[in-house]
Design a protein around this ligand. Structure first.
Ligand SMILES: Cc1ncc(COP(=O)(O)O)c(C=O)c1O
Length: 433
């Protein structure tokens, strides 16, 4: 914490704070706001609208809609989007020279900065185009024989489950999907459920860090330790975790960790990373084959052919923006925004909150179930009457509206959402299920 304060003070001299309102450099404005707040606890800043105003204005948004589905992919702040466009323009002057010779090598800077933020060695981090690609490298790249088993959950991401199902069809492995109630607040129960599904043939455990459906948090390190003690590899889907709440990869002790960067890091669409524990690199086949000479090199997972350098290089700008806020402040603000609407609606009849309400188990991804109201109808009501975008989650075991604000979301927007839910409960759509 002291190091962050010193860093912020270095880049923003105290006397510069008064000039904040006149600055046009958005990254500097955010850093200025953070420097001014450096001595205050994150929970205190979470409720300071002066602090968040500069951050809200660092985006070019359509404020005639209320976007509470940032879990799909979040808009990038202006500085990130401008970097993306700048790199595209530079590339197009002569891609062979500007993109390939000049911009592409700077992926190494991005790798170094990303690894420092994620808490791993840069030589264990491959930059991918999204979480799907990263996770599929692991899922399809581990050697498995017919009869080998994988344990996962029935609330893991659909594409990742489809990937395992393809291996069932192609390689005749067996996949066991455990179920669990939401929310599960005693998260050690999840370790128990996974452990019960493990057999001597289990080779891989695949879980989410937090799920995309209700934000259910998994005790990743406990599961990874249990797995390692049995010689089982762990693949963790961190699509919704990285840059959302604080953690360091090295503390999780997992074998593979894949994430998107266009969700909570606010990087351009088409960015992600895969962490591969060093000892596994050589034994994991890349999705897009690379030369044998690269078999121990993390870069073998990036051999995807010609691709834009702009997207992955602009990750550096997204990291700078993220670090100017600081992940602790960001997590606290996301929790504050979620708490604000949840405390207003959770006591109402027919409302059930499907995410944990415990501190350190939920931040900016929540899910509200409205008993007796079909979730698709609820979604349509919010969009048609209020221009609010949420995500309708419809499953056989539960249904609910997933709500994901982000750092640019205003209190007025979450209050409008809470009022819209009250309205929806008073005036339910006529064809309620
Ligand atoms: C839990 C989870 N895993 C994986 C993915 C895939 O991410 P991407 O679309 O960035 O590949 C998503 C996307 O929403 C997700 O929510």
């Amino acid at each position: 914490m002291q190091a962050r304060r010193d860093f912020l003070r270095q880049i923003v001299p105290a006397g510069a704070l008064g000039a904040v309102g006149f600055k046009t450099d958005w990254l500097e404005r955010v850093a200025s706001a953070s420097a001014g707040a450096a001595d205050r606890p994150a929970a205190d800043i979470a409720a300071d609208e002066n602090y968040w105003r500069d951050i809200q204005q660092a985006f070019t948004l359509d404020r005639t809609i209320i976007n509470l589905n940032n879990g799909y992919t979040c808009p990038s702040p202006r500085v990130v989007h401008e970097a993306l466009k700048r790199y595209l323009d530079i590339s197009n002057q002569a891609p062979i020279h500007y993109m390939w010779n000049l911009l592409e090598p700077n992926i190494e800077t991005v790798r170094r900065k990303l690894a420092a933020e994620a808490g791993c060695d840069p030589e264990e981090l491959a930059i991918t185009r999204n979480a799907s690609e990263g996770l599929q490298i692991a899922q399809l790249g581990i050697d498995l024989q017919a009869g080998d088993e994988v344990v996962t959950t029935d609330q893991d991401y659909g594409r990742m489950l489809d990937t395992w199902d393809q291996r069932v069809r192609r390689d005749r492995i067996k996949v066991t999907k455990i179920s669990f109630p939401v929310p599960t607040t005693n998260i050690s129960e999840l370790t128990g459920r996974i452990q019960q599904a493990v057999t001597p043939k289990t080779k891989v455990i695949h879980i989410c860090h937090i799920t995309n459906l209700t934000g259910q948090l998994f005790p990743v390190r406990d599961i990874a330790r249990m797995a390692r003690s049995k010689g089982i590899k762990t693949i963790v889907d961190g699509a919704h975790a990285f840059a959302h709440f604080p953690f360091a990869l090295r503390d999780l002790e997992v074998d593979y960790y894949g994430t998107s960067l266009h969700k909570w890091l606010l990087a351009p669409v088409g960015t992600g990373f895969l962490y591969v524990r060093r000892e596994n690199i050589e034994h994991t086949w890349p999705l897009t084959p690379a030369a044998a000479s690269k078999s121990k090199d993390i870069r073998k997972f990036e051999e995807v052919g010609t691709h834009p350098a702009a997207n992955h290089n602009a990750i550096a700008e997204a990291l700078a923006f993220h670090q100017a806020i600081g992940v602790e402040r960001k997590a606290a603000r996301l929790r504050y925004l979620s708490d604000r609407w949840i405390t207003r609606v959770e006591k109402l009849p027919r409302v059930k909150i499907l995410n944990s309400r415990l501190p350190d188990q939920a931040w900016g991804l929540s899910n509200v179930s409205l008993e007796g109201i079909d979730v698709s109808k609820a979604y349509d009501f919010l969009w048609t009457k209020y221009r609010i975008i949420t995500a309708a989650i419809k499953r056989t075991d539960y249904q609910g509206l997933r709500v994901t604000p982000n750092v640019y979301t205003t209190l007025e927007e979450v209050d409008t959402f809470a009022a819209a839910i009250e309205d929806l409960l008073k005036n339910p759509p006529s064809t309620a299920a």
